[in-house]
Write a protein that binds this ligand. Sequence first.
Ligand code: UD1
Ligand code: CA
Length: 455
Amino acid sequence: MSVDVVILAAGQGSRMKSALPKVLHAVGGKPMVQHVIDNASALESASVHVVVGHGADQVKATLEGQAVSFALQAEQLGTGHAVAQALPQVAADSVVLVLYGDVPLTKTETMAELVDIAAGGNLGLLTVDLQDPTGYGRIVRNEGDEVVAIVEHKDASDAQKAIREVNTGILAVSAAKLNDWLPQLSSENAQGEYYLTDIIAMAAQQGVSIQAIQPETEQEVQGVNNRVQLAELERWYQLRRAETLMLSGATLADPARIDVRGEVELGTDIRIDVNVVLEGNVRIGSNVVIESNCVIRNSAIGDGTVIKANSVLEDAVVGEQCDIGPFARLRPATVLADKAKVGNFVETKKVTIGEGSKVNHLTYIGDAVIGKDVNVGAGTITCNYDGVNKSLTEIGDGAFIGSNSSLVAPVKVGAGATVGAGSTVTKEVADNELAVARGKQINIKGWQRPVKRSK
Ligand code: UD1
Ligand code: CA
């Protein structure tokens, strides 16, 4: 049996007060509709269809290249009408699962339960009991406790408004039944819309069993209508991510003060202090310490390394037992071998630094290959850019670069070579040589300072 997932994402989301279509607002750094697609794509033999309308071009552009098809709902005439737009793409003998692009955190297991119910010829409906059901469609049950209808808030009687079991909007049923029911929907209701929810009464009348299941947590079915709700969901999501990190071996100073926006792979016995942001694909080895206020994006950190406070890493590969920061900035294509040290106010870019080498203070190293056991003194700059081209600086094993030196690339400093402090190096320094390239000091005895001229 195949599953056709229809994700409704045509609405405007005007309460977001945003030029960005609502479903593209992110939770955990990922657009809401992408969460829905990812969770649905994990279902067995699922094809995903996204119904787009408002901001259709932007939504399609964001999802370009993914295994989803689009159906355009040019006018938003209601949820029933929205599902109908995707139906021509759906195989006649499959099961249809309806999801919402602004309900990002529905779990794959919950979806699978609904699909199983539909595969058995019944209608699977996801409902939830709310303390305050205002605004939601109410689940109407008969004396036998069977679901017989959904009535929208605006169409509900006072007695129905007292019902606290509400429709999440998420349901599954066979395509054959939808093909039968959707053309029969009418828009004669308080909102003048084609309500998907009216199929519940049709199902009940035809004796199709409606099996309501409930999610483990309310957040799983929480929709986002404004940025307050977006932030609430984000915090809940982040706490779950933090729990996952802790359960896989990381000690977090405060689980409420870490944000994960991507995928993290962890060793064990990791310590992470407050206000750390992990983004993209991050790999952290065992016994790593990450101090407060670090941002780590698409980077790998080897076992036993310490990333001190206020460091920013992006597309970097850091070896084992390295010592980074505080206040270090590792930019893309920085590769550090084991036991390397990159200290405060040091910026690196497209550089490999060999084992045990130190770049400890106030330095910019870009487009460089540095050997092992090199010491790069404070204030050293690789002058890698002439305004047009980038050039390479190479420093051999065991070299010593004195403080406040400029290495004008392309240039090589050989193994064991020494550069005197304050040098501007423009020519190759051979192995074991000393290069001093600075103004010579002259001392003048009995020097008289100038005195002020009289006018
Ligand atoms: C809907 C349900 C209601 C349920 C609630 C849960 C109906 C008639 N009502 O109400 O029972 O309690 O969701 O949040 O289904 N959309 C389209 N095209 C349209 C209309 C809507 O794509 O023509 C999309 C919206 O972008 C949104 C979703 O469908 O993502 C829900 O639409 P919305 O108008 O918010 O429905 P509710 O009135 O909240
Ligand atoms: Ca809604």
